[in-house]
Ligand binder design. Structure first.
Ligand SMILES: [Zn+2]
Length: 466
């Protein structure tokens, strides 16, 4: 095996071809395991030789990192966490000893914003950036992107690698790229004007942004289905694209199909978890690009298909700043599904539906905000936004209040009057109890009460004392 792989930069399939790489995408899973093992052997050998961090990290492991024999041996390497990266980058700024190329050979510098702690830094070499473009082009091909499409990237162009990753895939595939951005004052109104004028066929952003764009369009007298020309949308950054009711809402609002995508910025090519043209919610794991294991959140041991756990990701063709067995902190369930696309990858059947840290435990029951979103969006009176307020009740029991907007048409009086909405509130309460298995309090709010987000929605308000 030639490692790292070199891909011809000018290849694209014929437009009617289903797969970018028929061999890699449809091989029997046991053959794929052999292929992945060969790539990981090279990858781990490479970091062990070139990265001071991994040399130290793997000092006492029970296997030989320079000569792994099986995927089971690979699974005995320690799991890497965000904390490990932060600590390493504090001690050896700015990249930590992860960097396996010379600093002057870094082509792109990205990172996380550090909203939950010290920012982390990623140095990406040119060869790696090209391979990221190749991987994303291949996956977007599976999502249905073709050269005659125009892709509007409506997300912030900054440190955030999501937008750039969405862009480089479209560029490599040869589609027309429209890097619109988002986040500046008035920019969503301009997005409505531009989308009406140049009629891009594809949108990249977050599910929250798509809903916000539709709301803004309607306020401007523009019909998102009639006046735009979106054929499909691909999303990352939030669970919404695999939340059934949110998915239906976006598809009906724009008259298009949507594809859920995304692992983590650190793991770019982050599209290695991605739906396809046919998958109705959920994401295939394109295992030969980034290898995903599912592990138990407590024991950290590998889980078989069918189980719910935490995805752990490994680069398989990264030379600049490789991440091996990186703990995502997300919660998902994986299984084999019989997708009409014919790919033989395992699938995160309901996408990534929560974070280990966001999991709310109410009276012993695990509750994910994405599940609550699904219930609310299925109710006709729901006004579009919600918040979850967590408080510590008596006896250290956590109490959850769902604050949900209701549409104006749900009440007949001029003013918002919670007393007149008692029957609506009771129905919201009953539906939530039925879906999540425990009672929660519901407070209704007028539509527009909560701020609309153009990026990742923050819907949990945690009032519990630490
Ligand atoms: Zn599929």
């Amino acid at each position: 095996m030639n490692w790292p792989p070199q891909y011809p930069g000018d290849f694209t399939p014929k437009p009617d071809q289903k797969y970018w790489s028929p061999e890699l995408e449809t091989m029997p899973p046991s053959d794929r395991d052999r292929h992945i093992l060969a790539k990981l052997q090279h990858q781990v050998h490479y970091v062990f030789r070139n990265s001071g961090f991994y040399q130290e990290f793997y000092k006492d492991v029970p296997v030989d990192p320079a000569n792994l024999k099986t995927l089971e041996e690979f699974a005995q390497l320690p799991i890497l966490t965000k904390e490990d990266i932060r600590r390493e980058q504090v001690e050896h700024p700015p990249y930590g000893r992860f960097l396996c190329i010379e600093p002057e050979d870094i082509f792109r510098l990205h990172g996380t914003s550090g909203t939950t702690g010290r920012p982390t830094v990623f140095g990406i070499g040119k060869d790696d950036w090209d391979r990221i473009g190749e991987a994303h082009a291949r996956i977007l091909w599976g999502a249905g992107l073709r050269r005659d499409d125009t892709v509007m990237v409506a997300a912030v162009f900054s440190l955030y690698v999501g937008s750039w990753g969405a862009l480089v895939g479209a560029e490599r595939l040869g589609a027309t790229s429209f890097p619109f951005g988002s986040g500046a004052p008035g920019q969503t109104e301009r997005a409505v004007e531009w989308a009406t004028m140049v009629k891009p066929t594809v949108l990249y952003g977050t599910p929250s942004y798509a809903l916000y764009l539709a709301e803004t369009a309607r306020q401007m007298g523009v019909d998102p289905k009639e006046d735009f020309g979106f054929r499909f949308m691909y999303f990352s950054g939030e669970p919404g694209a695999s939340v059934p009711a949110t998915r239906r809402l976006i598809e009906e609002t724009f008259g298009c199909y949507i594809v859920d995508q995304g692992t983590m910025a650190e793991m770019t090519p982050w599209m290695s978890a991605s739906g396809c043209r046919h998958l109705d919610g959920g994401m295939h794991l394109w295992q030969d690009i980034v290898y995903t294991e599912m592990v138990d959140p407590h024991s950290k041991l590998n889980l078989p298909l069918g189980e719910e756990g935490v995805p752990v990701y490994s680069h398989t063709e990264r030379t600049s700043q490789p991440m091996i067995r990186y703990w995502s902190g997300d919660i998902a369930r994986w299984d084999m599904v019989d997708c009409p696309c014919g790919r033989t990858y395992p699938t995160l059947v309901a996408g990534i539906y929560g974070r280990v840290d966001d999991m709310i435990i109410v009276r012993g029951q695990n509750v994910f905000p994405s599940r609550i979103e699904d219930v609310l969006r299925g109710l006709v009176e729901f006004g579009g936004e919600f918040r979850l307020v967590l408080e510590r009740g008596t006896g250290q029991m956590d109490r959850l209040t769902v604050q949900a907007e209701v549409l104006n048409k749900a009440f007949t009086s001029q003013e918002f009057d919670p007393a007149a909405l008692e029957s609506v509130r009771e129905r919201f309460t009953a539906e939530l109890r039925r879906a999540i298995g425990v009672s929660v309090a519901v407070e209704l709010k007028p539509a527009g009460e909560f701020e609309r987000t153009q990026f990742k929605a923050r819907r949990i308000i945690d009032l519990r004392k630490p």
